[in-house]
Write a protein that binds this ligand. Structure first.
Ligand code: ACO
Length: 326
């Protein structure tokens, strides 16, 4: 499997740390020193599906395919305002797609889980041209009267078109139960048989525990996937890690003993956009010409569950329509 198209979209509203300090007991220096985040884009006038459509349209356009050639849509999303229909179903008609679709909740590792499934579909011949959309609005899970979680997240969408090719090597996915360290619960209707009231519980996170779990899991995934492919840290040109926290990325980089330039980041601008984050990074780097043809990339992500995913791929240059015009 290889990537032949990329896209991303962010909400227009940019929220700085200073703006948050205007109504939360926090400060730019606390947020910057603990996370590296300076600003985030938050949904205000747009909807998440509008962002997802914009990201998907630019991924399809850059792939050179017509929408009707896409034969599967996988949508990575933790939650949105609809429980049913799926976000994938909501996106089909506006994108001009006529294919099977489903949503996948792999938390912040959802894009890598989606890529793994797409790879299996392509290998088994179930589908040939797959659109993966990762669209997330974590800002809508947070309690905005509390400073612990709301400062960490941003909203956004990314999309990739994948097809047969020699790009991806293999995947490592993991899962484990740590429900108490990171969760978001929705309300449930009471029934004549179950009258236990389940109220919405905004995102709860034990930051220190998540930090430790994330660093440990990510380091293990990176070590194992390198070994699986007979590679060392030096063989990787760029490490594209889940954009949650600069300190998590720095800890992994220090473990690997690799230079900072190999770990591009954009969390400073966007905060943690959950499963959309790695796709946004890929799209931005690719459009900026920073992903060289033949470059070896390592993707690694972790998220609520606890689930993790990592993969290695050789990049093939994408010719974006804007570049052709230059
Ligand atoms: N502003 C100011 N103070 C704050 C804020 C804030 N926004 N949030 C918490 N604090 C306070 C706490 O109340 C606590 O105070 P106390 O010591 O008086 O009890 C103190 O700051 C905690 O400080 P530290 O222990 O130094 O914080 P830490 O260095 O652990 O950083 C953070 C906290 C940023 C949450 C860190 O633990 C972290 O990044 N964890 C991982 C978060 C993450 O990546 N989550 C997402 C991963 S999974 C996914 O993507 C869904």
């Amino acid at each position: 499997m290889k990537i032949i198209g990329t896209g991303s979209a962010l909400p227009e509203k940019v929220v700085t740390n200073e703006m948050l300090a205007g109504f939360l007991d926090t400060s730019d220096s606390w947020i910057t020193s603990r996370t590296g985040i300076h600003t985030r884009h938050l949904l205000s006038t747009e909807t998440l599906s509008e962002l997802a459509i914009t990201a998907a349209q630019s991924a399809i356009e850059s792939s050179g395919l017509q929408p009707e050639e896409i034969d599967y849509l996988i949508c990575s999303n933790v939650a949105n305002s609809y429980v049913s229909p799926s976000m994938g179903s909501i996106l089909l008609a506006p994108l001009g797609l006529c294919c099977p679709c489903f949503d996948l909740n792999g938390a912040c590792a959802g894009l890598i889980y989606s890529l793994d499934i797409a790879d299996a579909f392509i290998k088994t011949g179930k589908a040939k041209k797959i659109l993966i959309v990762a669209a997330e609005e974590p800002s809508r899970f947070c309690n905005w009267h509390e400073r612990e979680t709301s400062v960490l997240f941003g909203d956004g969408a990314s999309a990739l078109v994948v097809t047969e090719g020699e790009g991806f090597k293999n995947f490592r996915l993991t899962g484990d139960t740590h429900t108490d360290v990171l969760y978001y619960k929705r309300s449930l209707e009471v029934t004549p048989y179950d009258r236990v009231e389940e109220k919405t519980m905004p995102l709860v996170m034990n930051g220190r525990e998540v930090f430790k779990l994330a660093v440990r899991a990510c380091i293990k995934d990176v070590d194992i996937i390198l070994e699986k492919n007979g590679l060392t840290g030096e063989d990787i040109d760029l490490y594209l890690l889940h954009q949650a926290n600069l300190r998590i990325i720095d800890s992994i980089r220090e473990h690997l003993g690799q230079p900072k330039e190999k770990f591009p980041t954009n969390l400073q601008k966007y905060g943690n956009t959950s499963s959309a984050s790695i796709g946004i990074l890929i799209d931005e780097l690719s459009r900026a010409g920073e992903l060289k043809d033949g470059a070896t990339l390592l993707l690694s992500a972790f998220g609520g569950g606890f689930v993790t995913g990592a993969t290695i791929l050789k990049w093939s240059t994408i010719n974006y329509p804007e570049k052709k015009e230059e």
